[in-house]
Every structure is written in C-alpha cells, then in structure tokens.
Write a protein that binds this ligand. Structure first.
Ligand SMILES: Cc1cc2nc3c(=O)[nH]c(=O)nc-3n(C[C@H](O)[C@H](O)[C@H](O)COP(=O)(O)OP(=O)(O)OC[C@H]3O[C@@H](n4cnc5c(N)ncnc54)[C@H](O)[C@@H]3O)c2cc1C
Length: 440
C-alpha cells in the first residue's frame, strides 16, 4: 500500500471517529499510567516505511511510526545514520518528534526535533498539512515537538542524516570529582568527538565516554548478550564497536534497568537468550508488572513506601553539579545517565531551551523506596521544583505533578492555545496538561 493510500484510509477513520483520538501502536515508551477512557484508536501500525534516503543531500524520509531500529538499518547501507538516534530500538521517528529525543550526538546536532526539515501532520479534525520551518504551517513545525499528539500525528517526516564510518572508537574518561567531570564534559563538547555521553556510578565515580568514527578497528566488543555495556565503562579505558552495535549499546540492558528484572544474572540471561535481551521485551514485562502491581504488593508486604521516578531532565551545565548534589541527597537513584545537548539556535515553542547554553540531560529511571510514608509524587515534585530553580526543563514522557499555572508558564501556554485554536479548533484531541499531567 502506498503512503497516499494509507493516509486516505486514516483520514476516513479520523472523520468517522466519535471519541477522543488515540493511536493504536505495537510499542510505546511512555511511562505514566493512563486513565483508559473510551478512545477512537487510529490504526497506524503500518506507517512504518522508509520512503527515501538521500545520502548526498543528507536526509531520510520516513513514515511516522518507523522504529529507529528499522530507520538505522535502512540508512547504514547508504553510509549514513540519522543525526540523532535515541537509544531504545522501539522509539519511533514520530514519537521522538512529538516527545523529545536525545542521544550522544546531541551536543553536535541538538535534539531529534532540531534535525527535522519537514513534518506531514494529520490534524485532529481530519485535515492533512505539511509543516516546514518557513511555510504557512511554520508555527506548527516549531510547536510540534513536546506536543505528545495533542496537535496532531506525524505521518511522514524528513530528518537529517550524517555520514558514518564502519566503527566507533570509545575512550572512557574516569573522574572522582563532579566539578572536574562537568568541566571536562564542557571541554570535550568543544573538541572533535562524534559522540559524548557519560554515567554517574556514585558520588565520586564518573565516566565520560568520547566516541570517534574510525575506518578500522583492532577488535570489536559485543554487548548484545553475555557482556554488559555499562559495566565495561568501569573496566576499560578504550573500546571498539561496529557503528550499529554502538548505536544500540544501551538497548540490550535498557541502559542498566535490566537489573530491575534480574536479567543481569548470567544464568537468567542465557535462559532468556540474545533475541529477547532488549527494551521491547523489558517494556512488556514492566507493563505486566504495573498491570498486576506485583512489585507494588511485594514492597507493601516488606513495609516499603515506594514512588516510581523515571525522568529525563535537561539542566544548564553551569548548574549540573548542583543538580547532581540534589539528586544524590534527596532522590538517591544510581546510576544516572549524562548526555550533553547543544541547542541549535531555533526556538521550539513547547520545549524552550536557550541557544547560548550547553545543557546536560540527566536520565534516571527507578523506584524510590522509603520506610517512612510520604505524599504521592513527593520525589517527582522535588525534582520538578529543582529543575525549575536551576533554569532547566523536563521532558514529559513520564509522571508530572505541576499545577496548571506553573505548567503553562514552563511550556508556553499562550502559544499552545494559539496552536490549539488553529490546528484543533474543535478540541478533538486532549490538551497537553490533560495528557501529560492529568494522564487522561
Ligand atoms: C527508560 C526510558 C529511557 C528513555 N531514554 C530516552 C533516551 O535516551 N533518548 C530519548 O530520546 N528518549 C528517551 N526516552 C523517551 C522517549 O523517547 C519518548 O518517550 C518518546 O516520545 C517515545 O517515543 P515512541 O515512539 O515510543 O512513542 P510512544 O511512546 O508511543 O508515544 C509517545 C507520545 O507521543 C505521541 N506520539 C507517538 N507517535 C506520534 C506521532 N507519529 N505523531 C504525534 N504524536 C505521536 C503519543 O501519543 C504519546 O503521547 C526514554 C523513555 C524511557 C521510558
């Protein structure tokens, strides 16, 4: 079926819909329990085609629900990769555009949405528009990121690609002092690296990883089965990976979250097998667990009060050490992922970042357990307050507790209302606060 045929089918489905819209997708990386009211689910599962790769002109065009795993496999034979490839294989191009996508090349190219040139959007009222930075829908182009489907669905996107070489040489730099670590990160961002990210393993244990494309490698490591990538950062100073294995280095163990499922145990790993060691499999297990509340009940039995804290927040580098101090003292989740972001100079309405500032993304994904009781959302609220105080911004793919006034101050409520009035005048899709905070 051609893209145009699929679009026709979907336009008819939207026009026939008699309930708030939602997507019927095979995978999702959203981490908030949603109130499953009646929805008209649009079947977009076949919007997964890569339509064209133009390595010379530096772009790839693909349908909105193409997973990055598929997109990367379509680009590499042309000697290119999407400029920013989020770490989890099932994240889709449209989902990363509507959410916020980041990876170790973001200090060079910014966030996923900063690498886009064109978005074809199915609006909630059934109109189809194409938004570019300089056409009549430019406001939607710059308002689409962080809109989480509340302004429409991206059915086709054009994204920047960059040349690759067959291998990536990794250099792991070790630090014991947070200030020295963040100073080094700022220095490395001004250097020649192709990729930069890092991990906080403890209050005095930091590793920054610098990645360079190379044509030859004396050996390559394999972190797709027995060996665990994030542990190698503590054990080695240097490493080599094929470009594809580098791109998916974090997916095999969901960064380190496979530990929550006991899947870093060598015997269990062998039983589960290489094919199932990936974020898609873990997400399914996590969803089962949250549906049956298995670990919740176990914690209650053991006398633990618990709160899920799964967040990615972006902090100006000048305040990174202060944010880390807070995180270690008040939240206590380890390890923590560090990823530098250099905004590329264009302002995206719903995810405003200063173009003159280098940011550090802090990614932390776990459950906080305490013996003493605490109010619902206590630790997530502390994080929201600290991020605000330090001039940072939080992505909205997980739990949020902002009150409406604060939320619309942070995510430009006035501009959002103008976008809603123009692109969803009848309010057929929920608004951003309803979706991301009230979980409707
Ligand atoms: C543990 C964890 C780690 C993460 N790490 C990273 C990371 O390292 N890098 C990173 O970039 N991101 C990361 N994320 C966040 C993830 O990128 C976002 O949640 C992203 O939006 C998920 O995209 P998806 O394709 O899975 O979409 P979904 O999860 O299915 O959808 C996300 C939201 O976008 C909307 N949406 C989906 N597709 C479209 C579309 N085509 N058009 C319009 N709206 C759409 C949905 O309605 C939904 O509200 C992480 C998330 C988790 C849970």
């Amino acid at each position: 079926m051609t893209h145009a045929d699929k679009v026709e089918r979907l336009l008819a489905a939207v026009r026939a819909a008699d309930a708030p819209l939602g997507l019927a997708k095979d995978t999702s990386n959203l981490f908030r329990d949603r109130q499953e009211g009646r929805k008209a689910r649009l079947d977009v599962r076949d919007f997964t085609a890569v339509l064209a790769v133009d390595a010379a002109a530096g772009w790839v065009e693909a349908e909105g629900m193409v997973t990055y795993e598929h997109l990367v496999d379509a680009c590499l034979p042309h000697g290119v990769m999407p400029a920013v490839v989020p770490e989890l294989k099932s994240i889709t191009l449209g989902g990363a555009a509507a959410g916020v996508g980041i990876e170790a090349s973001s200090f060079r190219y910014g966030l996923v949405h900063e690498t886009l040139a064109e978005i074809e959007v199915l609006l909630p009222d059934g109109r189809l528009v194409v938004a570019t930075p300089d056409n009549a829908q430019a406001d939607l182009f710059f308002g689409f990121p962080n809109s989480y489907g509340t302004l429409g669905y991206a059915l086709r996107l054009r994204a920047r690609v960059v040349p690759v070489r067959p291998y990536v040489r990794l250099t792991h730099h070790h630090y014991t002092d947070p200030a020295a670590c963040f100073a080094a990160l700022e220095r490395l961002c001004a250097g020649e690296a192709d990729f930069l990210d890092g991990v906080v393993f403890g209050p005095r244990e930091f590793v920054l990883t610098e990645g360079h494309f190379v044509g030859h490698a004396p050996y390559t490591s394999d972190y797709g089965f027995e060996h665990i990538y994030y542990r190698s950062l503590l054990e080695r100073d240097e490493d080599y990976l094929s470009v594809r294995d580098f791109i998916w280095r974090w997916d095999t163990d969901w960064f380190w979250c496979s530990n929550n499922l006991g899947l870093q145990n060598p015997i269990l790993r062998r039983l589960v097998g290489r094919k199932r060691l990936n974020s898609v499999f873990y997400t399914k297990l996590m969803r089962l667990n949250s549906r049956w509340r298995l670990t919740h009940r176990l914690d209650r039995l053991m006398g633990w009060h618990r709160e899920s804290v799964i967040q990615d927040v972006d902090i100006p580098i000048a305040h990174a050490a202060e944010f880390l101090d807070f995180l270690l003292a008040e939240i206590g989740i380890l390890p923590v992922w560090l990823c530098p972001i250099r905004p590329q100079g264009r302002t995206f309405t719903l995810y405003p970042m200063r173009s003159d500032t280098l940011y550090v993304n802090f990614g932390f994904w776990d459950v906080v357990r305490r013996r003493e009781a605490f109010p619902p959302g206590h630790h997530n609220r502390l994080i929201e307050a600290k991020v605000m105080a330090l001039g940072g911004i939080k992505s909205l793919y997980s739990d949020s507790y902002y009150d409406q006034t604060t939320f619309w101050r942070l995510y430009d409520g006035a501009a959002y209302r103008r976008l809603k009035a123009r692109y969803d005048p009848h309010g057929r899709a929920r608004d951003l606060y309803q979706k991301c905070v009230l979980r409707q």
